[in-house]
Design a protein around this ligand. Structure first.
Ligand SMILES: [Zn+2]
Length: 447
């Protein structure tokens, strides 16, 4: 049993509450008592500033962190960026993957991210040759998350074709399992390795309708449904994907997913940028979640998706750092609203508490843990404290709007993950020198 006294804590409303005592047992919150004035239980940890629930990063490719600062300044497209990404993918092995994942997840912990959905497709060795344990790269991702002190939902990604009707080539060969049945066999053994692990969830992903043919989509969706695991998929990030799908199948990517059983409340589609009105209705009516990644979408010139229409139709939002161009979920949260202001020339479509909920409860639900990401009894004991006296936050209030519209990841001082302190006073307690670890790991895979 542990207790925390938060100077201010956000419990889900439009304002924060003062003097909130939080009691935890093991990894869970057992009691929350705002305006606490009684004597403090012995050993109570003081959390200064504003405490919010742990942030959940619902879409990550850890190794893309190696591209930060190397691909932004030139002209080019999503597709030319992808060529550079493949060059890094080609160099990674289980040891360098683990080192990079550990460093990137430590960066995330310092930013207040307590759980991450890793969209994992770099499965095999060069040329597509399986490692002795065909899940060695997945185990490296898990080991990286554990070393950094955060939980991971490893959404193991089926990736079979290099485009509709085209075989894999080059670095893509490392992503493939041959067919969806062999993907399912491999992921069965991955899931079996973590059945009793509280910090690891194995989920499924369809890379995209470009990379998995319809019968493969059905197989992956059936696997996820059978084992009640989350299913993620990249959807309509680029207009070219829509055009190719219309040409090959005579329908939109969203309709293709629906026709193959891949939509529903356990599914999260990532990006959902270029949708028809029918697509929006289909996603909302099936209760499919939508993960937006505004900093990546702006970096790659993807466009702005119809977030308000999706929410109105019934889809829940979550947020992801995706390409790691930026690791700051406060920036992702404000990006949703600020992009909408530019696209719709209207302010205030989303409230600060809606945006902060997407970064917290919405993300944990997308990771397969609905009910987590709240400061409430029964929720996982993930707490993130922000300074209210930095140059960014001083004088900017103490409610959810302060977190979303004033703070940055650099304002995070303390992070508790499942009842365990991982960051204290801005220092990572498990990884001594996070910038040094990042620099070493990136140098190792970029030369
Ligand atoms: Zn992605």
């Amino acid at each position: 049993v542990s207790t925390y006294l938060c100077e201010r804590a956000w419990l889900g409303g439009p304002a924060s509450e003062p003097a909130v005592l939080i009691e935890t047992e093991g990894a869970r919150i057992t009691a929350v008592r705002p305006s606490y004035t009684e004597p403090l239980p012995e050993g109570t940890t003081m959390l200064r500033g504003l405490t919010v629930p742990g942030l959940a990063n619902a879409h990550s490719h850890a190794f893309h962190r190696a591209l930060r600062g190397r691909t932004h300044d030139a002209r080019g497209t999503f597709w030319s960026w992808r060529e550079l990404m493949y060059a890094v993918a080609d160099r990674l092995d289980p040891a360098s993957m683990l080192a990079l994942a550990r460093a990137v997840y430590a960066e995330m912990a310092l930013a207040g991210i307590t759980a991450v959905a890793e969209f994992h497709y770099l499965h095999h060795g060069p040329g597509g040759k399986a490692y002795d344990d065909p899940n060695e790269m997945g185990h490296a991702m898990v080991a990286g998350a554990r070393a950094a002190g955060i939980r991971v939902t490893l959404v193991d990604t089926c990736y079979l074709t290099g485009g509709i009707g085209r075989p894999l080539s080059g670095a893509q060969l490392r992503f493939g399992d041959g067919d969806a049945e062999r993907w399912a066999e491999r992921v069965d053994s991955l899931a079996a390795a973590y059945t009793s692990a509280g910090d690891v969830t194995v989920g499924a992903a369809v890379h995209s309708v470009r990379a998995v043919p319809p019968d493969g989509i059905s197989t992956v969706a059936a696997w996820a449904a059978r084992s009640a695991r989350p299913l993620h998929v990249h959807l309509s990030e680029q207009v070219a994907e829509n055009e190719a799908t219309e040409e090959a199948y005579g329908r939109t990517p969203t309709r293709l997913l629906a026709d193959n059983g891949a939509l529903g409340p356990a599914t999260t589609v990532v990006h959902a940028t270029h949708l028809t009105d029918d697509d929006v209705v289909l996603l909302g009516a099936t209760g499919t979640g939508v993960c937006l990644c505004p900093t990546t979408e702006r970096d790659l010139a993807d466009g702005v998706g119809p977030a308000p229409a999706l929410v109105a139709a019934g889809s829940a939002l979550s947020l992801g750092s995706d390409s790691q161009a930026v690791v700051d979920l406060f920036e992702e949260a404000r990006g949703v609203e600020l992009d909408e202001r530019l696209a719709g020339r209207r302010r205030g479509t989303f409230s600060a508490e809606q945006l902060l909920s997407a970064a917290t409860a919405g993300g944990h639900a997308a990771l397969g843990h609905p009910g987590d990401g709240r400061i409430a009894p029964g929720s996982v004991a993930d707490l993130v404290s922000l300074r209210l006296d930095s140059v960014r936050t001083a004088g900017a209030g103490d409610g959810p709007a302060t977190a979303v519209f004033a703070a940055s990841a650099a304002d995070v001082t303390d992070v508790v993950v499942g009842g365990r302190a991982v960051v204290r006073d801005g220092r990572h307690l498990l990884v001594d020198d996070v910038p040094g670890a990042l620099a070493d790991a990136v140098r190792d895979v970029t030369g």
